[in-house]
Design a protein around this ligand. Sequence first.
Ligand code: UD1
Ligand code: CA
Length: 459
Amino acid sequence: MAAGKGTRMKSRLPKVLHRLAGRSLVQHVVDTAAELQARQVVLVTGHGAIEVEAHLAQSTRPGALFNPQFVRQEPQLGTGHAVMQALPCLADDGTVVVLSGDVPLTRADTLRQLLSASGGTRLALLTIDFANPTGYGRIVRVGDAVQAIVEHKDASPAQRQITEVYSGIMAVPAGMLKGWLGRLDTHNAQGEYYLTDIVKFAVADGVPVVAHRIDDALEVAGVNSPVQLAELERAWQKQVALQLMTDGVRLADPARLDVRGTLTCGQDVSIDVNCVFEGQVSLGEGVSIGANCVIINASIAAGAVIHPFTHIEGGAPGSKDTVEVGTGALVGPFARLRPGARLGEQVHIGNFVEVKNSTLAKGAKANHLAYLGDAVVGERVNYGAGSITANYDGAFKHRTTIEADVHIGSNCVLIAPVTIGAGGTVGGGSTVTKDTLPGALTVARGKQVSIPNWQRPSK
Ligand code: UD1
Ligand code: CA
């Protein structure tokens, strides 16, 4: 169910598209369904339907078992009405798991337990005890047996004392669900079709109703406001940090780490404070990440050191645009690696150096204030401070090749396409427009002229 408005987010973005750990809330729910190997996923959309549908259609992940199907609920007449919209999509022989698009942290394992509680023959409710159950549907039991869910607004004072509440998640045999939904009405305090009313129909029909009671409130926590979104984000990040530390990663402060994707670490990795990892990032054995780095879609090999304030932004995982940092490389502080930057072993990239779509071979160095774009840089090249590849002529991108053992002086402009021959030297301040010979010294700048005893003009 993802049709609700989410007024308290006070946002133009539909609530279920707000992000938690880099994924939209509804994507978390769809991914959990995928983990359960659901036969199909049906999304009930309403508010912001076009945006929600477009988002999910394009974010369908590689290896997904299904493409989500969409049904519209307009207007929104309650949770029972929401599920009614999905009925035509559902085969009678399946079990329906009802989830909310704004409840992102339910574990697939919990849902598996709920499914086995249903067993294809029973109505299974996910429930939890809340010290303050205000607002929730109460689980009304007679003896041990569940008799009904009574919504807070419809509950008697005695029923409001009940602390066991319905989480909003159930597993129900599809055939039974179809029959029960046809019997819903709106004779209640909110004038809505309550999905929760199917419990009393199950009881009337002699179908067992089982409550699977859990105690981790995070699993059923919904997002209704920016405050709740931030709380769940922190809770998620805390779990990620604990797992990393359990695996041996040394975090300077687990409360100051954000992983918005998948971070894979070898042995003896250490990560200083305030680092953000997005997409797919892997850190090899002994990698050290300084404070305040942002690292997106990159693979960083063993022993590399990323100094503070480095920004690494690889393109889509699996594409040629990811970033690779070789064994023992040193990067930063204040370096920027953009899509397609590939650094070999022992490469050094220093402060205020930007590298885009360029390969640097073993031992190449660009230590200060430089730009390398669309370049191939050979082994042991030394690329001087302030030098740039002029790779763009206003219409097309061109490549620069710098062969092994070249020294490029400071403040050079290499106008692509151009090749600097192996072992060559380019004098500082040169603007190089033509290929150079191996081993040559190339100087391409105004010759120095000194006029002796020069008198400056005076008034
Ligand atoms: C519902 C349950 C309540 C439970 C609570 C848990 C009902 C009648 N009540 O209450 O027992 O304790 O969840 O949070 O089911 N939605 C639609 N279309 C609608 C109405 C809702 O798609 O017409 C979606 C919402 O966007 C949301 C979910 O269904 O994702 C739950 O709706 P919400 O209004 O939060 O349910 P409650 O009335 O709070
Ligand atoms: Ca609610």
